[in-house]
Design a protein around this ligand. Structure first.
Ligand code: SF4
Length: 353
């Protein structure tokens, strides 16, 4: 079982942004998701491969990207290294997936198995705390001038690298980490909702201040929302959508664990019929041909590319057999890198109806 530090590196976006989160989350159970179990399995496989020199197994081919990256970094490799950063954070510790210290550089590499959100290494507090731990552990053994922090998300084909000097990292530790850790010990610590901080907070479904701020709408002497208000409310609507599903999941779990919720009860959800394992044989005996029992459909693009010898080799064939239709118009923030559409040509785009 994995031990969790109270002020852990993986939860740092929460406690560093919201010092009250430690108080509010006390006694709340750890989030258990099937994704976490999948992540642990992928980490175990990657660790074994790095230790034995094996390549990624067929069950997890995406891991090869992580293995190749780590193997291409020069220096002696340490895998799954426990590091403590308790010079700044009481009982603070974490695990570095891959650590290589070579010629003044410490390479701190983190494997992320998730594919929901692309994570950047740039100013990433989780990796910065791991780096701090590596520094605390090895600063007297090796000369370390800078730290290269890398996040690899093989299932998103994403690698993010960011470098920070030892001097800057230690300055951040003294000026940001230490006061943030101390602030969590204040019984009257402020509750500070932020998208980053609340995202993985255990209290996110039931945190009063988060909901209060989310639902607050200023009084205005007009019946309709102004365009400015619509623009202002779009990110609120996004956050409210996420919170609504978190609240529903929390309520379901609460009742499943034997608690009661006023006006609600637990029932069996709707389920669809599905074929039994031996259905094929029985259907054949009943006189059906394969083309009635089965429906032909294309395999995934990725699987076909792989069968053609990889993305590069498959390119000319894939260019011939695929088209990429124009995407439906989508509203995004101005800093999105995609070029802006001309509203006058909008009829040329599919509406999805
Ligand atoms: S949900 Fe957000 S505001 Fe509430 S305790 Fe957690 S981090 Fe703080």
């Amino acid at each position: 079982m994995t031990a969790h530090a109270k002020l852990g590196a993986s939860g740092s976006a929460t406690w560093m942004n919201c010092p009250a989160s430690i108080r509010i989350c006390e006694d709340l159970p750890e989030d258990e998701s099937p994704f976490a179990a999948e992540g642990t399995e992928a980490h175990d496989i990657a660790e074994k491969c790095l230790k034995t020199g094996e390549n990624a197994p067929d069950t997890h081919p995406e891991l090869q990207m992580y293995l190749d990256y780590v193997r291409e970094t020069t220096g002696a490799l340490q895998v799954e290294v426990q590091v403590a950063y308790d010079e700044w954070v009481p009982e603070g510790f974490g695990t570095v997936d891959a650590l290589i210290i070579h010629e003044g550089k410490a390479h701190v590499t983190d494997l992320k198995w998730g594919k929901g959100v692309q994570v950047s290494a740039d100013n990433n507090t989780q990796l910065m705390l791991y780096a701090l731990g590596a520094l605390q552990k090895y600063q007297f053994e090796y000369e370390i001038d800078e730290l290269v922090l890398t996040i690899i998300q093989p299932r998103l084909d994403h690698i993010s690298e960011w470098t920070i000097s030892t001097e800057e990292l230690l300055k951040w530790a003294d000026e940001v980490v230490l006061p943030a850790a101390l602030a969590t010990e204040d019984p009257a610590a402020a509750v500070v909702p932020t998208p980053k901080g609340c995202r993985w907070c255990k209290a996110r479904a039931i945190c009063r201040e988060r909901v209060r701020q989310l639902l607050a709408l200023p009084d205005q002497p007009v019946d309709r929302l102004t365009r400015q208000e619509v623009a202002d409310l779009l990110p609120v609507a996004e956050a409210a959508k996420v919170w609504a599903s978190e609240l529903q999941a929390y309520a379901l779990k609460t009742v499943e664990q034997g608690e009661t919720l006023p006006s609600y009860k637990l029932v069996a959800g709707k389920a669809n019929r599905k074929f039994k394992a031996d259905a094929e044989e029985t259907l054949r005996e009943a006189g059906l041909d394969d083309d009635v029992i089965y429906r032909k459909s294309f395999n995934t693009l990725g699987a076909i590319e792989k069968a053609l010898g990889g993305k590069k080799k498959a390119k000319s064939v894939m260019d011939e057999v695929t088209i990429k239709p124009a995407g439906k118009p989508a509203l995004v923030k101005l800093d999105d890198p995609r070029p802006e559409l001309n509203a006058a040509t909008i009829d040329d785009f599919p509406t999805g109806e």
